[in-house]
Design a protein around this ligand. Sequence first.
Ligand code: KG4
Ligand code: ZN
Length: 331
Amino acid sequence: MRILSVETSCDESAAAVIEDGHRILSNMVATQIDVHRRYGGVVPEVASRQHLQTIIPVIETAMHSSGCNWDDIDGIAVTHGPGLAGSLLVGVNAAKAVAFARRKPLVGLNHLESHIYANWLDTETPTEPPEFPALCLVVSGGHTDLIIMCGHGEYKRLGRTVDDAAGEAFDKVARLLELGFPGGPAIEWTAATIVHTDVVLPRAWLPGTWNFSFSGLKTAVLHMLREPDHPPVADIAKAFQESVVDVLAAKTVRAAREFGVKQILVAGGVAANGALRKQLTARAPVQVRVPPPKYCTDNAAMVGACGYFHFSAGDAKDFDLDVEPNLAFAS
Ligand code: KG4
Ligand code: ZN
């Protein structure tokens, strides 16, 4: 089964062609980072206008470089939430138009579920699919969720952030440190300029729950910066990253032990972070799977992988498919 997938939930216009839920025939991403950088963050109105300009060429390029023609495509999968309403609208309407014109079945997918399915992609070499039950750590710009996945479409959320998402914390702290946008990579690079720091920032353990909290950490950075003789920016960046990574890794590892999962699947933009990848792999009692960085941040290949399992389960939507900016996941 070959699926053309479309993703426009935030600031990447992306399309891909995925075969049988794991083989990547093409994967195109047009990023808007340079457009938003001058504003210091994603401007929703600007994002949707950019998607309008890029989505059709991105879909055409994904089709062309896949070597497929329209007869080879069995279905269209598109992200319909959660995300920015105006951005989602462009992708959903483009996908609907293609599905209508080419008479293909259509499915609308949850962006967070698609992030998890990046772990099914053959990104470098063909690999065995993940094993259930798996513990999923989804860490993106808008979400931080710890979820048990018992099978395709079977999720139970253990915990989530009670305030800022992990990626949001990286972005906000990078702004405080004047490191630019997007904050995650900027903090990672800055932290990597030193080997060690004596600076220690607080960790919110929220004992007795599987929840996370990052807003106190951000405030601690703010207070530290107000001190006239505060530590160098690289030390603060490193201490901040160590704090986020320590809490994410410790709670994920503990949950993996307690719930006896077979594997840990890490997903979402923050999963691109080298320190998080290293810590989790070093501390986990079971195999940790993390997609290569370009499949952690927003892309359509993951949507095509997720779409395969939805189509296989008989899931398909009518043309009244709508955007759901606040679409929930794994209650
Ligand atoms: O999944 P994603 O691309 O978009 C959302 O669904 O939100 O995640 C974007 C988030 C941003 O907050 C960005 O700063 C963060 O992922 N991020 C990183 C890294 N690369 C991206 N955070 C930490 N380290 C990174 N290397
Ligand atoms: Zn995302």
